[in-house]
Design a protein around this ligand. Structure first.
Ligand code: SAH
Length: 256
């Protein structure tokens, strides 16, 4: 247990199997050798979102490149069980913050959307993914959230699987608190809820009217104050994970 805390964890795209070497990227090799001063023979943990977590030994290949030899699986891959986050795209910094925190808080999917009042127009998918990778490595998560490309909210709603609830965070609306809603009707383990957060300017009235009419949508409140959109996303996910159905986040407990 103590040792686990000191081991570096890295995400890799490669398959993880006993004694099948994993080539580390130049950035990972640099980080391990130059920043963290690790070398051949040292242990680290690897995960790829499919094969669980593996303890591996570092080996040098060439002057700068490193490889890792998986030795034993330390945790099996848990099923993806987190909520889906849909958020009105914000500027670069706050959007990246949302992805980082949503990864820590267990979101299984993250979809930035364009709404009537979104001001930001573009997002670099690769930057968002990089933030998700870093957050997953740090928080001991064993998978990455799926980050969808930026789409109009309408397109996301049109493709929404209707058996999955979409809880719409709406300030200034007569809506029950998210926690009350989750306690009364827990999120089904087979298809955890979606959470929808508006952009800085909030939703337009016609958007909220439209959302109210969709059978899978319900409006919820996050408390009496008007939160910044990024705060609202983090607050909603924190509330959701603290009330998540037993089993959704207990894969680690099964092993330890
Ligand atoms: N500019 C708007 C506020 C938008 S806040 C206004 O002044 O009216 C940005 C988003 O965060 C909102 O669209 C909503 O999804 C969420 N949000 C912020 N505070 C909230 C609250 N108290 N309850 C529910 N959602 C909230």
């Amino acid at each position: 247990m103590r040792q686990r805390q000191t081991l570096i964890r890295l995400f890799t795209e490669a398959d993880l199997r006993a004694d099948r070497p994993v080539a580390l990227t130049a950035a990972q090799s640099h980080y391990l050798t130059r920043v963290m001063r690790r070398g051949a023979g040292d242990s680290l943990l690897l995960f790829n979102g499919r094969d669980g977590e593996w303890r591996a030994s570092l080996a040098s290949v060439g002057k700068r490149a490193m490889a890792a030899w998986p030795a034993e699986q330390t945790r099996p891959q848990p099923p993806a069980a987190g909520p889906w986050l849909v958020f009105g795209l914000l500027k670069k910094g706050p959007s990246e913050l949302i992805v980082e925190k949503a990864t820590e808080l267990g979101a299984a999917r993250i979809s930035p959307v364009r709404t009537a009042r979104t001001a930001a127009e573009r997002v670099k998918d690769a930057r968002l993914t990089a933030h998700a990778v870093e957050a997953a490595e740090q928080c001991e998560r064993l998978d990455l959230p799926r980050i969808a490309p930026l789409r109009p909210l309408d397109a996301v709603l049109a493709a929404w699987p209707t058996e999955r609830r979409l809880l719409v965070a709406a300030e200034r609306a007569a809506a029950p608190p998210l926690a009350t809603r989750l306690l009364r009707e827990p999120s089904p383990t087979s298809h955890p809820d979606g959470l929808l957060i508006g952009p800085e300017g909030g939703f337009d009235d016609w958007e909220l009217d439209r959302l109210r009419e969709l059978p899978f949508c319900s409006l919820v409140s996050l408390g009496p104050r008007i939160l910044r959109a990024e705060t609202a996303a983090i607050a909603a996910l924190a509330c959701w994970q603290s009330l998540a159905p037993a089993g959704a986040f207990d894969a680690r407990q099964q092993v330890e």
